[in-house]
Design a protein around this ligand. Structure first.
Ligand code: SF4
Length: 338
């Protein structure tokens, strides 16, 4: 009993530490379209952030992979330790198979945490986090049917539809965010896309320019984009665009029927091609299987470039949505994050 308590305490300490071990240029950004209580991030351009002392890091890794010398130690290196060692030696890769990701995911949790922290420390200033502020600039009344979202007009959740916030309100919020220490400001709008919203879109371009002028990074999440719109956002100075895949390709139609996974990926392609950083992740607790979480990770890890940020959101079930009775475990988010 005592050892179990100690283990739990250790896990909790690990999770607290992890929340501070975020990449120096990542953002603390919850899914903008849904109420969530947890977010976490993966790599930010790991290739350019390598430390020069990879030999030292390799030695640490070798030590961990040393064959067991006594009874009771791990009989074999876990998939997490093998993957971490490979990363330290060869860098990022985009050719992951789903089975490989499943094996890493299935590694013993503490082993997974240890090696994910090892990779993270190798690539980033692990004591630094970036503080970001998110503002919903257009709330509610969305035509989409995302089963987790209180902003969908299809569900009776009590969220009222609002118009796009005015320039005064948005810029004032950005100024206050900067004063409070944020270096990135994110604007979220509850829309399927911005087609047919020319004046709103132009207004947002202006917000992006003005907030960049304050010396902050700017992120937007406005639904699906066309190529030209991504290019205009880039011209305006947008730093990053958030567009979550939410879950695996297979489970996606059970959560959203009003758009496809491929449409989602197309927007990510336009964002990436325009030179804007991609922020894309998912939500756990949607009723998905482990294979769906692995599927989400596999899609993200095999994109032509890894997203700059990967928000891992945990569902906050809202009354009135189809997922109102869903429960979610903190351990699942920890495992997915690692
Ligand atoms: S697209 Fe609309 S319904 Fe779906 S998460 Fe965003 S705001 Fe909610």
């Amino acid at each position: 009993m005592a050892s179990r308590r100690l283990l739990l305490e250790h896990l909790l300490r690990c999770s607290r530490r992890l929340s501070f071990h975020l990449p120096s240029s990542s953002s603390v950004l919850p899914h903008p379209c849904v109420s969530t209580f947890s977010s976490a991030f993966s790599s930010v351009d790991l290739s350019s952030a390598h430390r020069s002392d990879s030999a030292a890091a390799g030695a640490v890794s070798d030590a961990f992979l040393r064959p067991p010398s006594s009874k009771g130690q791990l009989a074999e290196a876990s998939a997490a330790s093998v993957a971490a060692k490979k990363f330290l030696e060869e860098g990022l890769r985009n050719d992951w198979t789903r089975d490989e990701i499943q094996s890493v995911y299935d590694s013993p949790l503490l082993d997974l945490l240890f090696h994910s922290a090892e990779v993270h420390r190798h690539a980033h200033k692990f004591r630094e986090v970036q503080q970001c502020t998110l503002l919903s600039i257009k709330t509610g009344g969305c035509s989409e049917d995302c089963a987790y979202c209180p902003q969908s007009s299809r569900y009776n959740t009590g969220v009222k539809s609002q118009k796009l916030l005015s320039e005064d309100v948005v810029l004032d919020a950005a100024r206050k965010a900067k004063e409070a220490g944020s270096t990135r400001f994110c604007m979220g709008a509850a829309w399927r896309d911005t087609l047919g919203r020319k004046s709103n879109f132009n207004q947002i371009l202006d917000y992006v320019k003005q907030i960049r002028g304050m010396g902050m990074e700017v992120c937007c999440t406005l639904g699906m984009l066309e190529k030209q719109q991504a290019e205009k956002l880039k011209e305006a100075g947008l730093t990053a665009y958030n567009h979550n895949l939410d879950t695996s390709r297979e489970y996606y139609p059970k959560i959203i029927t009003t758009r496809s996974y491929d449409e989602r990926l197309k927007t990510l392609e336009f964002v990436r091609d325009s030179g804007i950083s991609v922020c894309s992740g998912g939500i756990i607790g949607l009723g998905e299987e482990v294979s769906d979480r692995v599927g989400l990770l596999h899609t993200l890890a095999t994109l032509p470039e890894h997203p700059e940020s990967v928000p891992i959101n945990a569902l906050l079930a809202v009354k009135g949505t189809p997922l109102q009775d869903q429960k979610v475990s903190l351990f699942l988010s920890l495992q997915l994050l690692a």
